[in-house]
Every structure is written in structure tokens, then in C-alpha cells.
Design a protein around this ligand. Sequence first.
Ligand code: GDP
Length: 448
Amino acid sequence: MPTTTNDTIAAIASAPGAAGVGVVRVSGPAVLAIAQTLLGRAPQPRHAHFAAFRDVAGELIDRGLLLHFPAPASYTGEHVLELQGHGSAVLLDLLLRRVCELGARLARPGEFTERAFLNGKLDLAQAEAVADLIAARSQAGARAALQSMEGVFSRKVEALLQSLIALRVHIEAAIDFPEEEIDFLADPAITRQLDAVRAELADLLREAQRGLRLNDGLRVAIIGRPNAGKSSLLNALAGSDRAIVNAVAGTTRDVLRENLSLDGIMLELADTAGLRETDDEVEREGVRRAHGELQRADVALLVTDIEHANADLAFFSALPPNVERMVLVNKIDRDGLAPYAEQRDHAHWLWASAKTGEGLDSLRDRLKHLAGAGSGEGAFSARRRHVLALQQVATHLDHTAVVLAAARAGELAAEELRHAQHALGEITGNYSSDDLLGAIFGSFCIGK
Ligand code: GDP
């Protein structure tokens, strides 16, 4: 992705027709000349001029507002021009063409925000939050993306970075004085400092994971033996009959997904095939996919019944450690189970009936909570790559602790901290490859 910003870009920056107003946005050095031609005189900075937009022959295209935001106090950090006309796709297109005749070229998706990033107006996490805000599917998600765009997440990353650098400086200083290194690294103050950084990171990782759920939705993999009632549960929650409910064991042969919005919180539910050994080719493929599904899940919801509950806990043994575990004892509508149903709401155990719907409200509440509902004012959005970067930082800090404790090896500890700092810097874009930038900004819509 080219990083030169010496040309001028233009795009339609609002959905034409929707609200009666359409916007063409222009950014770059040619903005002043374009504004001057369209207005017939130099525009006043940040002033709404009522202008007649005309084509090259002097024919009227539209009348509307012209606003000039001089560099660097603009969205992109460059001269920016906004032309507000009537929200007609045809008129906006003519206006865009006119602007291009006057020296602009069509912007690529995300190019305005990319320029804002390259000019230091936003860091990478903030730029990503712009896209997440536009794509938000829930109110909670939009609020969280706004917080990240405002820099809430970035400031926490920066604070952690400073703590990390302070620790690194401390340890590197010890390496520079080898005769004192041993004593110095044994100093409990270093361990305390490292522990504090790890605690700070653990908090941030938790918040980022919640931010990821707010942004992406909570991924719930429904697991359990065939006939436990997994498909029935999915149908009951989704209110449709997408999964085939069948009394013959082993009919859910693929992974079925449902997206569900619970009070503005997104859930992605995946009904996996019963995870049993099988000779059936198709079913085996289903089981393989079910295992894959568990690797990407936030929550594994084990559906079982009273007879099999304890034995079925073995399903959890295949889970990666960071997946949240929940047990749903299903079929409590059957005769004689009422007393068990009374004991609802143990920590991770729920009692319900997919058939009658009893107990499903508690399940919904529990899932909403896990998805980040009610996480309050400061909740910010995050992306998977941010969480992965923080997990890498955690690994490097774990290694730092090990080498310090075992060998008092200052060089190794410093090296681990350097890697940790690098991983952290990738979040805000202190260190980023062109490929990463291309992938991030390429997924934006045009005009942003
Ligand atoms: P899966 O193989 O785990 O997806 O299970 P299904 O959803 O296909 O259900 C298996 C059988 O159990 C079907 O005959 C369902 O009607 C029945 N079933 C599912 N949930 C309940 C429930 O809550 N109560 C009762 N009594 N039967 C249920």
C-alpha cells in the first residue's frame, strides 16, 4: 500500500438518498484550488458557504454547502473539502466527477482514515474502531467502538507500554554493569515491577476480550452427546427450525450457525455435531468441524441431561483453556425432574427444557452477561488481532519471569521484554507492516 499522500483523493462519503443530503469528501493538496474553482473565490476555513456547483461548461450540477478544513486540523490532517449536495446518486456522481476533473482521483476504501493514520491523527487501533463503529450491529457494540475511536483502548496500551519500557530500562541497566548484575536482578523490586506489569496486562487482556465480544459478538459452541437436545436448544433460542431435530442419534452432521441479538448484544451460536467416534464418513467430517468450532469459541455450552451430566463433563477436556464453560442440564420437563429444576442457577450449571422453554431466560441472561452486556461506561471495542497481540505480550512476560527466577539471565529477560514491547506496539501501529495496513484499510468502505 503506497504511503505517499501528495495526491488528492475524493469519494462520496454518505449513503446517497437516505437522508436527503449527500456528501462528497476531498482530501489533499489540490483541495484549495478545487474549492476556489467551485466557489469562485477562496473559501473561509471551517465556514459553511452556500455554493452553486457547476460543471466545466458552467452548467449547474447542484446547489449546496461547501466547507473547507485547512490542514492539519482536519480528519485526515490534510486540506479537506466537504461538498454537501442533494442526496441523489446521480448528482453526487456528477459532483464527484467534477472534483476529479479538477485534480482529485477516486479514493480507495478506507483511504481517508489511512491518511489520518499516516499523518498521526489516529493510531491504528483508533482507525480500526472507525470501521467497527460503522459496522456495529448493536448499540453496545457502537458505544464500545466509539470509546476505542476516542482513544480509550490506545491510552491503556500506551500506559502498559510505558510500564514495560520502565522495566526494560531497569533490566538493561543491570546488563550494562555486569559486575553488579547478579545482585541487581535478584532485587525483589524488579520482581515486584514485573508482577505489576503482568497484572496491568491481565486487566487489559480481560477488557480487550470483552471488547472483542462487544465488537464481534459472543461465539457460543453448543456441545454434547447426540440426542442431548442441542439442535432443539438452538431452535428454541433462535426461534426457528433451522437445525433438524431428530430422535435418531447423530443427525446434526454439520456445524449450524445462528446469529442472535439479545437486547442489542450479538451472539453467534454454533450447533456442533455430537462429538462421538463414528464410522460414518459424513458424520466424521461433522465431528472434525465441531472440534474446529471449539477452537474459535468464547463459550462452550455443554447440553446434557440428568442421567449423563457427570459423564458428559469429559467433553470439556478437549477445550482450549481460555474457553468459558457452561453446563445446561436439559429435558427438565420430563417426569420426576422437578426437584432438580428447583436447584437452578449454580455457578456454571443451568437447568432448562429446550422443549417447553423453561429455564431459557436464565441461559439468555448468562450469555448476555458473558457477551459484555452492562459492562458500563468505559467499555471499549477490540479486534481479534489486538487480543492475540496481548496474549503474545503475556507469553513474553511469563518467559521473562521464568528466566529471571531461574537463571537471573538479564540478557534473555531483556530480549523477552523487547519482543513484548514489539507485540504491544503492533496494536497501535508503532510497528506495522504494509501488508497489515493493506488488510486493515482495505476492509473499510469507500469514503471513510
Ligand atoms: P441433538 O442430537 O443433541 O441435536 O438433539 P435433538 O435436539 O435432535 O433432540 C433429540 C431428542 O430429544 C428429540 O426427540 C427432541 O425432541 C428431544 N428433546 C430435546 N430437548 C428436549 C427437552 O427439553 N425435553 C424433552 N422431553 N425432550 C427433548
